[in-house]
Write a protein that binds this ligand. Structure first.
Ligand SMILES: Nc1ncnc2c1ncn2[C@@H]1O[C@H](COP(=O)(O)OP(=O)(O)O)[C@@H](O)[C@H]1O
Ligand SMILES: Cc1cn([C@H]2C[C@H](O)[C@@H](COP(=O)(O)O)O2)c(=O)[nH]c1=O
Length: 228
């Protein structure tokens, strides 16, 4: 008999979190464990967990009024086992909801696997992610590396409009890394380029063909492309 855990699987956007969430659910369900899926504000729409690899699955949409303790108790009262919860887009959960998740682990012996980005476009922790870092038994960084345009490991999420990084705006704006030219989008960057606000488009503008030369743009002067 293992002790239940609260695990926070964290990484930048587009590093495979939702894919792993659905894989973990599949593997646990295949062994007869009873799990419940939750998400909040998935790009693909309400009450959905979607992976860029093409998997999608229905899930329960978390709202401000969701109480994870009640969610488990109600199901158990109706005869379900509820062995584990999978929570995607956990950065959007409230700090109080993360505390409910910790209580579900400790007092109801339910495993909780939470997936989300840690920091927003300004490199500030989301309140839900901050509480997860504070309370989780383990924080797991995903093994698949999302890469900055320079080839370094991407560690930060930039918000872009037409390829230009913006630093003003609401903390929550649902979007994707593959956004159209005039849309609000996102791009993953290493810290160095996040702090310099140097997106791929900005790097191209600074030096038209850095990849051809095998050198970082002059304005950047540093790591070689794909020197991860
Ligand atoms: N066409 C593709 N071929 C192979 N892998 C892909 C493709 N598109 C996306 N991926 C993989 O899917 C990952 C994104 O998975 P996803 O679960 O949607 O990420 P997250 O939930 O972290 O934003 C990418 O990092 C990449 O490894
Ligand atoms: C950086 C940042 C991201 N978001 C949104 C954008 C996406 O809808 C999700 C992250 O989804 P993914 O599955 O990890 O790709 O978060 C946001 O609202 N605010 C931000 O600062």
């Amino acid at each position: 008999m293992t002790v239940a855990e609260l695990v926070f699987f964290s990484g930048t956007m587009d590093c495979g979190k939702s894919t792993l969430a659905l894989q973990m659910h599949h593997n646990h369900a295949a062994r007869g464990r009873d799990g419940v899926l939750f998400t909040r504000h998935d790009r693909a729409g309400t009450a959905t967990i979607s992976s860029r690899l093409g998997l999608t699955q229905r899930a329960h949409e978390v709202g401000d009024d969701t109480d994870f303790w009640s969610e488990v108790i109600t199901r158990r009262t109706h005869g379900r086992a509820v062995d584990y919860l999978v929570g995607d887009e956990a950065q959007f959960y409230t700090a109080e909801q993360v505390e409910q998740l910790a209580r579900v682990v400790d007092e109801l012996a339910v495993d909780v696997y939470a997936f989300g980005i840690s920091t927003d476009f300004r490199a500030r922790l989301f309140p839900g992610s901050a509480r997860l870092v504070e309370l989780a038994d383990r924080v797991e960084v995903l093994q698949v590396r999302a890469l900055c345009w320079c080839g370094a490991r991407a560690t930060h999420n930039a918000r872009t409009v037409g390829g230009t990084m913006v630093v003003e705006g609401a903390q929550v704006v649902v979007g994707d890394v593959a956004a159209g030219a005039d849309e609000v989008g996102y791009e993953v960057l290493c810290r160095r380029h996040h702090m310099r606000r140097m997106t791929a488009a900005a790097a191209r503008a600074a030096s038209p063909s850095p990849q051809t030369l095998g050198l970082a743009p002059a304005a950047d002067q540093g790591r070689l492309p794909l020197d991860a």
